[in-house]
Design a protein around this ligand. Structure first.
Ligand SMILES: O=C(O)CCC(=O)C(=O)O
Ligand SMILES: [Fe+2]
Length: 265
């Protein structure tokens, strides 16, 4: 992108940014597991900003000479945890991902995600926000966001992942595929859902959310007793053409240490 494009708002953001939450719309998809669809949860300005701050050379911080390298970004191949608890790169997740530095705009999104969950979740329970980028053919096979291996869910690591938001941050005009499929969640009936849900998907495949930018899906990963809910199984379906960027907002059961959370910037 050109070095001044959209830079004004994000730059003002870091010093004296006023956090304003959009009037997003909530629609319950399922009560068990709890799945709630959130339309207009991330604003266009926030979406642009998220993409900008995950560039290695921030156009406003780099010298004029360096801005020619600004096509580099901070994304790398997404890691997944295997059943032994080891983090690794697997064919199950072929996307690229990056943590998002926690500036004022990101803290505003965090605050929105916390408020949505009531007043009892402290911000230390949030993992760093994560952007995930998919090109043609890339996907994330069926998985749960909650860890099946308790080694990843110790109290030192904040316990397990209580809830997830998956937000659609960007999608190319030519995108096909790239929906988020929950095979064990019944697809809702009313045709008004077809704005958000793939209504061509066969009934037995559960529900597939299309990558509608600005919108998000929220779900509860754990049962009341803290055990993982198998019915939250889901996949990022292959992007068959074009590209997509999503964002994970994960809430742990307990607090995460400063070194996992990273600093405010
Ligand atoms: O890409 C998607 O639609 C879902 C991604 C996902 O489930 C994840 O990153 O945990
Ligand atoms: Fe996931």
């Amino acid at each position: 992108h050109s070095h001044n494009d959209g830079a004004q708002k994000p730059m003002a953001a870091s010093s004296d940014y006023t956090c304003e939450h959009p009037a997003y719309q909530s629609h319950i998809v399922s009560k068990s597991p709890l799945v709630i669809y959130l339309a207009n949860f991330i604003t266009p300005e926030e979406r642009a900003h998220l993409q900008e701050i995950t560039q290695v050379l921030h156009p406003c911080k780099s010298s004029f000479r360096l801005t020619i390298f600004n096509s580099q970004d901070t994304f790398s191949h997404s890691a997944v945890a295997d059943s032994s608890g080891a983090q690794g790169l697997r064919q199950t997740r072929t996307s690229q991902s990056t943590n998002v530095p926690r500036d004022a705009v990101v803290r505003c999104i965090e605050e929105r995600a916390l408020l949505f969950q009531g007043f009892d979740v402290p911000r230390t329970h949030l993992e760093p926000l994560q952007l995930v980028k998919y090109g043609p053919g890339e996907r994330y096979h069926f998985h749960t966001d909650w860890y099946t291996n308790s080694a990843h869910a110790t109290s030192a690591l904040g316990g397990n992942r209580l809830s997830s938001f998956f937000a659609y941050v960007a999608a190319s005009d030519d995108i096909t595929g790239g929906g988020t499929n929950f095979p064990m969640v019944r697809a809702p009936h009313d045709e008004r859902w077809c704005e958000f849900v793939d209504c061509d998907e066969p009934w037995e495949n559960g529900v597939t959310f299309r990558p509608v930018v600005g919108n998000a899906v929220f779900w509860q990963n754990l049962h009341e007793d803290g055990t993982g809910d198998q019915a939250t199984l889901h996949a990022g379906l292959p992007v068959t053409s074009g590209s997509k960027i999503g964002m994970n907002i994960w809430t742990r059961q307990g607090p995460l240490s400063e070194d996992i959370r990273g600093p405010d910037v």
